[in-house]
Design a protein around this ligand. Structure first.
Ligand SMILES: NC(=O)c1ccc[n+]([C@@H]2O[C@H](COP(=O)([O-])OP(=O)(O)OC[C@H]3O[C@@H](n4cnc5c(N)ncnc54)[C@H](OP(=O)(O)O)[C@@H]3O)[C@@H](O)[C@H]2O)c1
Length: 320
C-alpha cells in the first residue's frame, strides 16, 4: 500500500496530548467518490482543535490512527494552488457535517483527499503560508464578527484571551473594519503585541473605558463573567470555544436586564471563506503568525501550540 508522511493521533492522552502525537507513515488518501480529489499540501496550520483530538475530544478509539489538521493550501490535480474549505458533509454526524480530521483524514500530511467543491483558488497577493491560516480560526472569527456579531452595527468590540488563533484573527479583522477593539490577555508581552495590532490591551477582568457591542469568547469559564459585565445594552456575546472551561457561572439577570444575545457558532460557510480571502487580499490584511515550522519539525509546532506563549497561528511549511 502506498504510504506518505503524516502527523496523526495514535492514541488519546487527556493529561499530556503531545504524548499521543505520532509523526510517521500513513496510507495515501483514498477518494470516497469521483467528486473528491487529492491535493498535494504545501502549507497548513495548527488549531487548538488538533490538541482536543489528541485528548480524545470528538474522536472515538476505533477511528485511530487519525491524521490531524484542518487547514491547508495545496496543489490540485490540474496544478492550481487552492485553499481547502475544511467542513465536509457527513451523513451520520448529528451536525450533518464534520471538519477534516474528525471523520476524514486531515491536512497534516503530504497529501489530503477533499471534495473538489471544497477548493477555493488562492487569491493573488496571499501566500500559501498566509492562506493556510484562514480556513478554520480566521473563518470562525470572520463569521463571529459579521453574521453573528453584526459588526456593522457595532462601534466597540472585546476579544477575550488575546493569544489564540481565533482571538488574534478577531483583533486584526475588527481593527481593519475600523472598530474600537479591546483585548484581554494574562500575559504582559502578549498585551504589548495586542497594542501593536491596533487594539487596546487590558488585563483579564479589568473594567473597560466603555461597554462593547460585540464580545468574542473563546476562553469560556475564566472570562465569561467579564464578558457579561463588559457588554452594552443589546450586545452580542459570540462563543466558538471554551478553552478554559465550558461551564461558566452565568448571571441571568444581566442577560435579560441588558437584553444581551449569547450566540454559539462553528466555522463558517464556503461563501464566508471566499469573502474572508477577498477581504484579506483586497484590504492587505495578513494573518498574525506566531511561527512557521517546517513539516520535518511538526512535533515542535505542536509543543509550541501547547505552550501558553503562542500569539497567532503556528504555520507548517510542507515544502521543507
Ligand atoms: N467552533 C469553531 O468553529 C472553532 C474554530 C476554531 C477554534 N475553536 C475553539 O476556540 C478556542 C480557541 O482556539 P484557538 O486555537 O484560537 O486558541 P487557544 O490556543 O485555545 O487559546 C485561546 C486563549 O485562551 C486563553 N486562555 C487559555 N487558558 C486560559 C485560562 N485558564 N484563563 C484565561 N485565559 C486562558 C489564552 O489567552 P492569554 O494567554 O492571552 O490570556 C489563549 O491565548 C478553542 O477552544 C477552539 O477549540 C472553535
Amino acid at each position: 500500500m502506498p504510504i506518505m508522511r503524516a502527523a496523526f493521533a495514535s492514541r488519546f492522552d487527556d493529561a499530556d496530548p503531545l504524548a499521543a502525537l505520532t509523526v510517521g507513515e500513513q496510507p495515501e488518501p483514498s477518494l470516497p467518490d469521483e467528486g473528491w480529489v487529492t491535493l498535494r499540501v504545501t502549507a497548513s496550520s495548527l488549531n487548538h482543535h488538533d490538541l482536543w483530538s489528541l485528548r480524545g475530544v470528538g474522536l472515538r478509539a476505533e477511528q485511530l490512527p487519525m491524521i490531524l489538521g484542518c487547514d491547508a493550501v495545496g496543489i490540485d490535480p490540474d496544478g492550481n494552488e487552492m485553499v481547502v474549505y475544511p467542513v465536509i458533509a457527513t451523513p451520520g454526524d448529528p451536525r450533518g457535517v464534520s471538519i477534516l480530521s474528525e471523520h476524514f483524514p486531515g491536512t497534516l500530511a503530504e497529501r489530503v483527499a477533499v471534495p473538489r467543491s471544497n477548493l477555493l483558488p488562492l487569491p493573488a497577493g496571499l501566500t500559501a503560508l498566509d492562506a493556510a491560516c484562514l480556513p478554520t480560526a480566521w473563518l470562525t472569527a470572520w463569521r463571529m464578527l459579521t453574521t453573528k456579531g453584526r459588526i456593522d452595527e457595532a462601534e466597540a468590540v472585546l476579544v477575550q484571551g488575546a493569544g489564540g488563533g481565533v482571538a488574534t484573527a478577531a483583533i486584526a479583522l475588527a481593527t481593519a473594519m475600523g472598530k474600537r477593539v479591546y483585548a484581554t490577555s494574562r500575559d504582559a508581552a502578549k498585551r504589548e503585541r495586542v497594542a501593536a495590532l491596533g487594539a487596546t490591551a487590558v488585563e483579564p477582568g479589568a473594567r473597560l473605558p466603555e461597554r462593547v457591542d460585540v464580545v468574542i469568547e473563546t476562553v469560556g469559564a475564566a472570562t465569561f463573567d467579564h464578558s457579561l459585565k463588559s457588554a452594552a445594552v443589546g450586545a452580542r456575546i459570540v462563543v466558538c470555544g471554551a478553552t478554559a472551561g465550558h461551564e461558566p457561572k452565568v448571571n441571568l439577570r444581566r442577560i435579560f436586564a441588558m437584553q444581551l444575545e449569547i450566540l454559539g457558532t462553528s466555522m463558517g460557510t464556503p461563501a464566508d471563506l471566499a469573502d474572508l480571502l477577498a477581504f484579506c487580499a483586497e484590504r492587505n490584511v495578513r494573518p498574525v503568525v506566531d511561527s512557521v515550522v517546517p513539516f520535518s519539525r511538526v512535533a515542535d509546532a505542536f509543543a509550541r501550540l501547547h505552550s501558553s506563549e503562542v500569539f497567532g497561528k503556528v504555520v507548517i511549511d510542507h515544502t521543507q
